[in-house]
Design a protein around this ligand. Structure first.
Ligand code: ADP
Length: 306
């Protein structure tokens, strides 16, 4: 099974012809609500591939929270340890996208920041029985660190996605990550290096490895990904499918969720093969609009991926 200790966010998206200026009110031409948050996105992708999944997270005791729990359930995700709090509203991302695809985004993490170590202790049974735990940085870092520590002490493989990245990431995150997976811009923030090409990603990955994680993966959008591990100390570039991208929002979360699925259910598969397959799945996700709405289900994918 895969357990995610992470975020849920309700996306409130307005489409406009241009972005408003300070103090200005403009009319948009479309509004929709989406389900997002890196933790839940990754969990949904793993679940759609057939993983047994649990979402350890916190939403508000409000209609967005109720709807989010319903969304998790509809994806077959266990919500036994999805908590609801009165202390804050469900996390939201208010997003304005103009006709050029430019956006401005305000995230209010809200209830996500109230997930605490006491909540994790209540979820100890599901955490200790998982094969893989995924964590990100949209919840309180101390909670993520405690989750990774609990996983480690129970022999659960840890997949850490340092997103959104901060230059002053607590060094314990490297030591507690069996697999450390980030995108180009996160790798740049963490290492201070420029990461444009596969070769540069290889160099950034070696900096991440020196900090204590045994495996570092850097995703490169249409460029696929680069992996470096203590076992195979030469960086490997794994290209992805050439596809027509419609909306790449959430591609990284699709990739991380798919990787967690393979780590949990095909533990003997070579890592490069897992990454080739995670690339294929994330490449499907960029060919449709939306975040979770673009993530493929097992039944829509070639059997060769399973
Ligand atoms: P993020 O969404 O975090 O910015 P990336 O843009 O690096 O992450 O994308 C993650 C993965 O999604 C890539 O490693 C790749 O497998 C896939 N992907 C992203 N963009 C494309 C694209 N234009 N064509 C094909 N695959 C893509």
């Amino acid at each position: 099974a895969v357990v995610v200790v992470g975020s849920c966010m309700t996306d409130l998206v307005s489409l406009t012809s241009r972005l408003p200026k300070t103090g200005e009110t403009i009319h948009g031409h479309k509004f929709f609500i989406g389900f997002g948050g890196k933790g839940a996105n990754q969990c949904v992708q793993a679940a759609r591939l057939g993983a047994k999944t649990s979402m350890v997270c916190k939403v508000g005791k409000d209609s967005f929270g109720n709807d989010y729990i319903e969304n998790l359930k509809q994806n077959g995700i266990s919500t036994e340890f999805t908590y609801q709090t009165q202390d804050a509203a469900t996390g939201t991302a208010s997003i304005i996208v103009d006709d050029e695809g430019q956006n401005i985004i305000v995230i209010v993490a809200g209830a996500n920041l109230f997930l605490n170590t006491e909540d994790l202790r209540k979820a100890a049974s599901v955490i200790s029985r998982a094969k893989v735990m995924i964590c990100q940085l949209e919840i309180t870092p101390a909670t993520s660190l405690e989750a990774l520590t609990m996983a480690r002490s129970n022999g659960v493989r840890t997949l850490f996605n340092p997103a959104p990245a901060a230059a002053d990431l607590d060094p314990q995150f490297y030591a507690l990550s069996d697999v450390f997976c980030c995108n180009e811009s996160e790798a740049e923030i963490l290492t201070g290096l420029t990461v444009g090409s596969a070769a540069e990603a290889g160099q950034a990955a070696s900096v991440l490895l020196e900090r204590g994680c045994p495996v570092a993966i850097i995703t490169l959008g249409a460029g696929g990904c680069v992996v470096l591990s203590q076992k195979e100390p030469v960086p490997k570039h794994i290209p992805t499918e050439r596809v027509k991208a419609v909306d790449t929002t959430g591609a990284g979360d699709s990739f991380v969720g798919a990787l967690a699925f393979y780590l949990a259910y095909y533990p003997d598969m070579p890592l490069e093969e897992m990454l080739r397959r995670a690339n294929c799945i994330a490449a499907v996700s960029v060919q449709a609009a939306g975040t979770q709405s673009s993530y493929p289900h097992k039944k829509d994918l070639p059997l060769t991926l399973f």
